[in-house]
Write a protein that binds this ligand. Structure first.
Ligand code: 13P
Ligand code: SF4
Length: 311
């Protein structure tokens, strides 16, 4: 038998033995992206989880991504490397408070971003990601009253490009909110040929100066098709790995945050996942993601509605 040389090889061997697949979000560390069966944005990961034949789905991302996979494929075992990999945006929307909020507006349809708990999805009419949010909002009749949550920045942005006045929940992602507009403009000033790429979870002031706004998949696609050779990237820096793979000769500058403690904006939840944790989680079949069946049957409908529109 072949000697196992390193953790990546050991993981790949185990993955085969256990009939597992590994899907990873673009914000994972490079090594994890490189050994994953599939790397994608939130929408692509949900689409992949809904279709895979594997018995075990390993999710290298954050908790809500594991939950979406389990909601869509309840018969599969869904394993995450670290249950503490949460999401500040999902946490900004507690289900009991959101339930009270939407109860005040019974004539409104409820649209929620995928970065939420299963309980929030169960309260929603439809789920969206950054990739399909505009198309899904556009699919509602113009006079339909809409609530959008939890991300106020994405909600504001979608309102601005659709001409809607959706009622917004006051939530945000701490990673995308802390980019420094001032520092970004300084970098732009000394790199006039650079284009600013921004995720719609960023604040409005930053989106106003961005050359291109989109989900991680949309920004990646734009960076490889644009004739520009230099980009200032205002989203989690993990995406730069795929950008460089697609465009090895282009320059990617991670947008700096307000605080000076780190050079770029990493999501500490996403970065809790490591190769060692992935290996151990698969070996011991733990921790798994479990979703209460009563919640799951309600939560699956708005996700499937989204997938139907997006396919
Ligand atoms: P997308 O990859 O869908 O753009 O989402 C970004 C994000 O913050 C995921 O947590
Ligand atoms: Fe959540 Fe923000 Fe991290 Fe994405 S980057 S997982 S929205 S905390």
């Amino acid at each position: 038998t072949k000697e196992v040389g390193n953790i990546e090889d050991a993981f790949l061997k185990l993955k085969k033995e256990k009939n597992a697949v590994l899907m990873a979000h673009f914000y994972q560390e490079n090594k994890i992206q490189d050994i994953a069966d599939f790397v994608g944005d939130s929408l692509a990961l949900a689409q992949f989880a809904a279709k895979t034949d594997a018995e075990i789905i390993m999710v290298a991302g954050v908790h809500f991504m594991g939950e979406s996979a389990k909601i869509l494929s309840p018969e599969k075992t869904v394993i995450v490397p670290d249950l503490n990999a949460g999401c500040s945006l999902a946490d900004s929307c507690p289900p009991d408070v959101f339930a009270k909020f939407i109860k005040q507006y019974p004539d409104h349809k409820v649209i929620t971003y995928v970065n939420t708990s299963a309980e929030i999805k169960a309260l929603s009419d439809i789920v969206v990601t950054s990739t399909n949010a505009k198309a899904i909002v556009d699919s509602f009749p113009k006079d339909e009253k809409l609530i959008f949550g939890p991300d106020k920045n994405l909600g504001n942005y979608i309102n601005s490009i659709t001409g809607r006045e959706m009622l917004l929940w006051d939530g945000a992602c701490h990673v995308h909110e802390k980019f420094s507009l001032e520092k970004i403009l300084e970098i732009k000033d000394s790199n006039k040929d650079a284009e600013i790429l921004a995720h719609p979870e960023c604040k409005k002031q930053l989106l106003m100066v961005a050359d291109h706004i989109g989900s991680t998949a949309a920004l990646l696609n734009y960076s490889s098709t644009s004739s520009s050779q230099k980009f200032i990237v205002a989203t989690e820096s993990g995406i730069i790995h795929q950008m460089k793979l697609k465009s090895p000769n282009k320059t990617f500058i991670p947008a700096p945050p307000n605080d000076s403690t780190c050079a770029c904006n990493d999501c500490e939840f996403m970065r809790l996942n490591t190769m060692d944790k992935l290996y151990n989680a698969l070996k011991f079949g733990w921790p798994t993601i479990e979703v209460d069946e009563a919640v799951r049957v309600k939560a699956v409908k708005p996700i499937e509605r989204m997938l139907d529109i997006s396919n």
